[in-house]
Design a protein around this ligand. Structure first.
Ligand SMILES: [Zn+2]
Length: 135
């Protein structure tokens, strides 16, 4: 018995599109969860870049500031989620949103270093707002 080629064979098309492969997303998923990344996607459209230099990015992301200092290899941000995430070397949706909003090549470079244990980056929690309040 010789099997007939193509007989009753369903061609399964994998649900992936190689052309749209985005290494940024792969790396972001190492720094955050899919749910957060989905929220970051929505916030990315509302990112307001205030400073955009070759080695310094400051942006407002839904009322929070995010500072990415490439020279110092430092991310500064202060939402409550970041407070918890940063301890584990992970990112909140605001930082992820900025990385999605900025120049892809620059974001990719940052993410490669961020996800590298020897990348030398640190996540610094700063006061998000309420400066000068004494309680
Ligand atoms: Zn945040």
């Amino acid at each position: 018995m010789v099997p007939q080629p193509g007989d009753q064979e369903a061609i399964v098309v994998p649900d992936s599109t190689p052309d749209s492969t985005d290494e940024r997303r792969d790396l972001l998923l190492l720094c955050t969860e899919p749910k957060r990344l989905a929220r970051a996607d929505r916030d990315a459209r509302r990112v307001q870049l205030q400073v955009q230099e070759s080695d310094l990015y400051i942006a407002a992301v839904s009322a929070y500031n995010v500072v990415i200092d490439l020279r110092a290899r430092r991310v500064q941000h202060g939402c409550r989620d970041f407070l918890a995430q940063a301890r584990e070397g992970k990112l909140c949706k605001h930082v992820a949103a900025l990385l999605l909003a900025m120049e892809p090549a620059v974001a990719l470079g940052i993410l490669r270093q961020l996800t590298d244990p020897d990348g030398g980056w640190h996540l610094e929690v700063i006061a998000a707002r309420g400066f000068g309040r004494t309680g």
